[in-house]
Design a protein around this ligand. Structure first.
Ligand code: NAI
Length: 387
C-alpha cells in the first residue's frame, strides 16, 4: 500500500498535517502550494514537530530525517505525475478548487484518485469539473491531522466503488479510524455536533445559566472533556459560527441548525476565544476565572436538554442513512472526543426517556428545532434499541 505515491495540494494547517501523516506511513509525498512561503513554513513546522519528538525520545533523528526526506516540497502541480492519490487542502472556494482539480487531472495518470479535504462544499460539486468524476471522493481529516484519529470518507454521486474501496484502504493503512458518510452538509461530525453548541447557547440566551455553569454541567454530569463554551473558545467563535451558518444555509434553513445571536455578537466583537485572548471567557493573565453555580439539579437538567438534542441529531442522521450506526458513534468519539457514542448513550438513557424529553421541549416551545426524529418515535413504538 505504501508504494502508492501521495500528492497533497495546499500546505496550510491541514495540508502540512496530511503530508506528515502520509510520509510517516511510508509513502513518497509531494506537497504542493502556490505560495512558496507556505511551503517553507510547512517544512519548518514539520522540522519543529520532529525536533520535539526527538527531544522526548519518541523517535530517532535518523527516522525523523527519513520521514522528512520522503516529502518533496514543490510549487508545481506537474510534480504530481507519479501520484496514485491526491488530497486537496487549499482555500475553501469552489472556483479555485475547480481550477486546481482540472489542472491536476491534466497531469496525473488515469487511475489516480483526486480527493478533497473540504469541510463545507459538496464533493459532487467539486468533482463535477473532472473528465472522469468517478475518481473524485471526499477525504476529510480533523485538525490537527497527525493527532486526530478520525477521517470521514465521502463518496459523491459520481464516485466509483473502486475509488471508495481504495481510498478507504489507504486511509485505514495510515492507522486512522475511517467512517463512510453521505455527501450531505457537515458530513457526520459537523452535522451531529451542532446541538452541543446551539442548545448550550440557547440555554444561556434563555437566562437559565451562565457560560461557566453550562460548561460545568456538561463536564461534571456529562463527562465531556470540555464544556461547549470552552470548546467554542478553543475552536474560535469566528470558525465555529461560520460552520453553523454554512450548515444552516445548506440545510435550506432548517430551524434545527439556526445560528445564535450570542455567538454572532461575540464573533463581531472580535471575541474569538483563546486566540484573541477573550471569547466567552477571559484568557488574559490577570483574569479572574469564571466560577460556575454548582447546583447539581440544574446541571442535570442542562445536560439532559443538550444530550437529547445531540441524540436526536445522531438518530436523524441514521434515519436518513448518512452513515451506519457504528460509524456515527465512532465519528463522535474520535472526531470530537465525546465520552461515548451518542446512539450507545441513547440506549443507556432509554429511548423512551429521550423521546419524552424531546416531546416536552417540543410542546413547551412549539418550535420545530425540538421535533423528535421519526426514527426515534418508531423505535420507541416498536420497543427497539440501537444496539
Ligand atoms: P490554510 O489557509 O491553512 O491553507 C490553505 C493553503 O492552500 C495555503 O497555504 C494557500 O497558499 C494554499 N492555496 C490556496 N490556493 C491555492 C492554489 N490555487 N494552489 C495551490 N495552493 C493554494 O487552510 P486549511 O485550514 O488548511 O484548510 C484547507 C482545506 O481543508 C479547506 O478546504 C478547509 O475547509 C479544509 N479543512 C480545514 C480544517 C481546519 O480545521 N482548518 C479541518 C478540516 C478541513
Amino acid at each position: 500500500m505504501n508504494s502508492i505515491h501521495i500528492g497533497v495540494v495546499g500546505a496550510g494547517t491541514m495540508g502540512a498535517g496530511i503530508a506528515q501523516v502520509a510520509a510517516q506511513s511510508g509513502h513518497q509525498v509531494v506537497l504542493v502550494d502556490a505560495n512558496p512561503e507556505a511551503l517553507t513554513k510547512a517544512e519548518n513546522g514539520l522540522r519543529k514537530v520532529y525536533d520535539k519528538l526527538i527531544e522526548k525520545e519518541k523517535i530517532t533523528r535518523e527516522k525523523a530525517d527519513e520521514i522528512i526526506a520522503r516529502i518533496q516540497f514543490s510549487i508545481h502541480l506537474s510534480d504530481f505525475k507519479e501520484s496514485g492519490l491526491i488530497i486537496e487542502a487549499i482555500i475553501e472556494k469552489l472556483e479555485v478548487k475547480h481550477q486546481v482539480f482540472s489542472a491536476i487531472e491534466a497531469v496525473v495518470s488515469e487511475n489516480c484518485i483526486i480527493a478533497s479535504n473540504t469541510s463545507s462544499l459538496s464533493i459532487a460539486s467539486i468533482g463535477s469539473v473532472l473528465k472522469n468524476p468517478t475518481r473524485c471522493i471526499g477525504i476529510h481529516f480533523f485538525n490537527p491531522a497527525p493527532l486526530m484519529p478520525l477521517v470521514e470518507i465521502i463518496p459523491a454521486v459520481q464516485t466509483s466503488n473502486e475509488t471508495l474501496t481504495l481510498a478507504k484502504s489507504i486511509i485505514d493503512s495510515w492507522k486512522k479510524i475511517s467512517v463512510v458518510t453521505k455527501d450531505t452538509p457537515g458530513f457526520i461530525v459537523n452535522r451531529v455536533a451542532r446541538p452541543f453548541y446551539g442548545e448550550a447557547l440557547r440555554i444561556y440566551e434563555e437566562g437559565i445559566a451562565d457560560f461557566a455553569t453550562i460548561d460545568w454541567a456538561m463536564t461534571t454530569v456529562g463527562g465531556f472533556r470540555m464544556g461547549p463554551f470552552t470548546l467554542m473558545d478553543y475552536i474560535g467563535n469566528d470558525v465555529n459560527y461560520t460552520v453553523t451558518e454554512t450548515v444552516f444555509e445548506a440545510f435550506y434553513f432548517d430551524p434545527r441548525f439556526k445560528p445564535s445571536f450570542t455567538q454572532k455578537r461575540h464573533k463581531e466583537a472580535g471575541y474569538f476565544g483563546r486566540k484573541s485572548g477573550k471569547g466567552f471567557f477571559d484568557y488574559s493573565a490577570d483574569a479572574t476565572p469564571a466560577t460556575p453555580t454548582e447546583d447539581l439539579d440544574l446541571a442535570k437538567s442542562i445536560f439532559e436538554r443538550i444530550i437529547v438534542m445531540l441524540i436526536n441529531e445522531a438518530t436523524d442522521a441514521l434515519f436518513l442513512n448518512i452513515a451506519s450506526r457504528e460509524d456515527i458513534d465512532l465519528a463522535m468519539t474520535n472526531g470530537v472526543n465525546y465520552p461515548k457514542g451518542l446512539l450507545k448513550w441513547a440506549d443507556e438513557l432509554g429511548l423512551d426517556f429521550v423521546l419524552n424529553s424531546l416531546e416536552n421541549l417540543f410542546q413547551e416551545y412549539g418550535e420545530d428545532r425540538y421535533r423528535p426524529s421519526a426514527l426515534l418515535r418508531r423505535m420507541v413504538r416498536e420497543g427497539k434499541m440501537f444496539y
